[in-house]
Design a protein around this ligand. Structure first.
Ligand code: FES
Length: 92
């Protein structure tokens, strides 16, 4: 968990590649989070940080959860990573 404010920080890439590869679905992520954890999650957008330029990062769309990179992200994967992070901070 982010020690600064006790929230899990989720950063969503709104770069063109991530957006067209499915990142657009994250626009509604705050509403999709289970009610009981919604206040524990801080979602923000970011411009392309360049993850898409390195093959070893996997495929877009990219999201970071407390700074940990997730490729081929989708709502279900992100929500389960957030839950994992809130539970024991072990999402890798
Ligand atoms: S467009 Fe998302 S990392 Fe480049």
């Amino acid at each position: 968990m982010n020690k600064m404010n006790g929230q899990v920080e989720v950063s969503i890439c709104y770069g063109t590649l991530c957006f067209v590869m499915g990142g657009s679905e994250f626009e509604i992520i705050q509403d999709q989070l289970p009610q009981n954890i919604r206040h524990l999650v801080h979602v923000k957008g970011m411009n392309c940080p360049g993850y898409c330029n390195k093959q070893e990062n996997g495929k877009p769309p990219f999201v970071t959860i407390n700074g940990k990179l997730m490729g081929e992200a989708n709502l279900q994967k992100v929500i389960s990573a957030i839950t994992e992070e809130l539970t024991n901070g072990t999402y890798k």
